[in-house]
Write a protein of this length. Structure first.
Lengths: 176, 454
């Protein structure tokens, strides 16, 4: 069977049932493709075994870039390129450079991190998402299982595991 | 495991299910705009159109059309700027600071408050731009582009330039924060829609699918944006206050300004959130989401910040006397007893006395009283800025230069223009965007509703 085309969907009503279900389903050897939820469920990433996101590191690096750019720009313009005495201060009046450096740090950290988030999660206006079940943005949690990825287990067996883990419905969904 | 406190009031009342949340919020986006909405929208668009005459007069003839003179060089323009930017502090405070403090009640009001922030900052930013007189050359004065109009580069020692960076950073980061929160809700509307609406909200939702991995990243992004936005929101009004505090004008150069301005900004921002939310919850029947509990909590923030502002007024007076500097002492006596005494006492009444009424539980849980006082607070905060700016300037160092400021119709008209702009944008938002953050409300629903509690 082709990969990434035929799925079994477990539909869950409750976030706590879902969390236990994910543990159970994974415990019985089924590989979960992904879980789709209408709102963030705390702890779901742990039971799914996802590694912690490295977005905070991206934010820090972009922030450092912002600080560096801001300080370099201000020292270059005020001290080297066109030095002027303003208010009897030193050309390189460092304390005066802090506000702009702070603002540019925040600006680059935010925009850099959000851009990385958009790219890594494939969020863009022309993206066509694959919708397993429209209720996943309303009130249901949808657990998707790729049949091709679980060839060791029979489809009926997977369905049974989902049912016993607390799924209110078990459906099949295929994509072209 | 869910622990339910029997003492705490639920955040969302009415025993809503997850689907009810979606339905109650999304139906306003899906419904055809009714006659009331059109009336409200056309009224604000009309005010915008009328005000734009004054704006055009300013741009065509120059700022000589305003009531400024060579003694009072800043008046309504900068008063309005500081007033709007102050209002623009509540949204990010609610969504960022309250997120860091894990105040879950923020989820019902953060979307509309952030929208209000963005619109208020747009209105605020207009004033520094047009007060440059020839805004089409403004980029050379405000941005580090080499030019020969003055010095080669902009002056990084000037708080006015820090303001350019602070306001524009604040605006863009708030916009991004707001939009990231909107993406999952646009996806909800997309999945309920067909045809053209599906295409439009599909593009707006950036292909969101609610995958657990994306939610994990989304949560991380929200938390870090909140961490970045918290010092940012404090820095913005601090830097606005530097515009005055780093000068040599008696009444302006006081070190108390940064905390005092920030408290005042939160004070007026929460008042404006209340003004708008009380109307929105009534019109959209969202009483179960924005409960009396929410209104009471916001009123408590108003008492605290209003009292900080009150103490700051008294401290200023005390320090002026204690400093022994005659010019400083005169500036403050003149504020309270000089020709602008009425402005000073309007400010004192509206900002210091009126919020103290919220100590009474009856008043802070009354919708009518809250609505009335929220408007009183914003009138008071406008007078605060007017008092600081105009009364400090109108008595020059040379008595021969002493003058009064009288606004012209253009001053009034430009202020009207920003009101029209603000409400036009807000009504568009209320019609086409989900006014409550559905995803975040659903995330706190479990502790609030019996239907979803197992």
């Amino acid at each position: 069977m082709e990969k990434d085309t035929h799925f079994i969907l477990g539909v869950y009503d409750d976030e706590d049932v879902l969390l236990h279900a994910v543990e159970e389903v994974r415990g019985s050897g089924v590989r979960i493709h992904e879980v789709y939820s209408p709102y963030p469920v705390h702890g779901l990433e742990h039971v799914l075994g996802y590694k912690r996101t490295r977005l905070p590191i991206a934010a820090f690096l972009f922030g450092m870039l912002g600080t560096t750019l801001a300080l370099t720009m201000q020292f270059y313009m005020m001290r080297f390129d066109w030095p002027m005495i303003i208010g009897g201060k030193d050309y390189a009046a460092f304390p005066d450079f802090i506000p702009v450096s702070f603002e540019l740090t925040v600006l680059l950290a935010s925009f850099g991190m959000v851009s990385v988030f958009m790219i890594s999660s494939n969020l863009k206006p022309w993206a066509q998402p694959r919708i397993f079940d429209v209720r996943s943005t309303d009130d249901k949690h949808i657990m998707a299982i790729d049949i091709a990825n679980n060839s060791a287990l029979e489809v009926e067996k997977i369905k049974e595991i989902l049912k016993s883990s607390g799924a209110t419905e078990v459906n099949k969904k295929s994509f072209e | 495991m869910q622990v339910t406190s029997s003492v705490r009031e639920p955040l969302v009342t009415g025993g809503k299910s997850y689907h009810d949340v979606t339905h109650d919020v999304a139906r306003h986006v899906e419904a055809k705009p009714n006659i009331r909405w059109f009336l409200a929208f056309l009224t604000s668009a009309g005010v915008l159109a009328l005000g734009s005459i004054a704006l055009l007069a300013t741009l065509w003839e120059g700022i000589g059309m305003w009531g400024l003179n060579k003694t009072v060089g800043w008046a309504w323009d900068i008063t309005n700027f500081v007033w709007w930017v102050g209002i623009g502090h509540a949204g990010t405070l609610i969504s960022a600071v309250l997120l860091l403090f894990r105040q879950k009640w923020r989820t019902s009001i953060n979307r509309a408050a952030e929208a209000m922030t963005i619109f208020a900052v747009i209105c605020a930013a207009m004033f520094p731009v047009i007060h440059m007189g020839r805004p089409w050359l403004g980029a050379y004065w405000a941005l580090p582009l080499p030019n020969t109009f003055g010095s080669l580069w902009v002056n990084f020692n000037s708080p006015l330039l820090w303001d350019v960076f602070a306001i524009s950073t604040y605006f863009s980061v708030s916009l991004v924060f707001w939009y990231i929160g909107l993406i999952p809700d646009f996806a909800t509307i997309r999945d309920r829609a067909t045809g053209l609406r599906r295409t439009i909200y599909g593009a707006l939702s950036f292909g969101w699918d609610g995958a657990a991995k994306t939610w994990m990243r989304y949560e991380s992004v929200s938390l870090i944006l909140a961490g970045l936005a918290t010092p940012l929101v404090l820095s913005v009004h601090t830097i606005v206050s530097f515009d005055f505090a780093t000068s040599v004008i008696p009444g302006w150069h006081t070190t108390i300004f940064p905390p005092y301005f920030v408290a005042g900004a939160i004070f007026s921002g929460f008042a404006m959130v209340l003004t708008l939310m009380i109307v929105t919850r009534k019109v959209y029947k969202l009483e179960d989401y924005i409960t009396i509990g929410h209104i009471e909590l916001m009123n408590i923030v108003i008492i605290i910040t209003g009292s900080i502002v009150g103490i700051a007024y008294i401290t200023e007076f005390f320090i002026a006397w204690y400093s022994g500097v005659e010019a400083e002492q005169y500036a403050f006596i003149n504020r309270a007893t000089g020709p602008y005494w009425w402005a000073y006492w309007s400010m004192m009444t509206c900002n210091v006395i009126s919020p103290q009424l919220f100590w009474f539980k009856k008043i802070r849980t009354s919708i009518v009283a809250t609505f009335a006082l929220s408007i009183v607070v914003n009138i008071g905060m406008w007078f605060e800025r007017f008092v600081i700016i105009v009364t400090s300037l109108h008595r020059d160092y040379l008595p021969s230069s002493w003058a009064m400021f009288y606004p012209t119709w253009v001053d009034v008209g430009v202020y009207m223009f920003t009101f029209g702009l603000f409400f036009t944008l807000f009504f568009l938002f209320a019609k086409f965007f989900p006014v409550i953050n559905m995803a975040e409300v659903k995330a706190v629903l479990k502790s609030s509703s019996e239907k979803v509690h197992k």
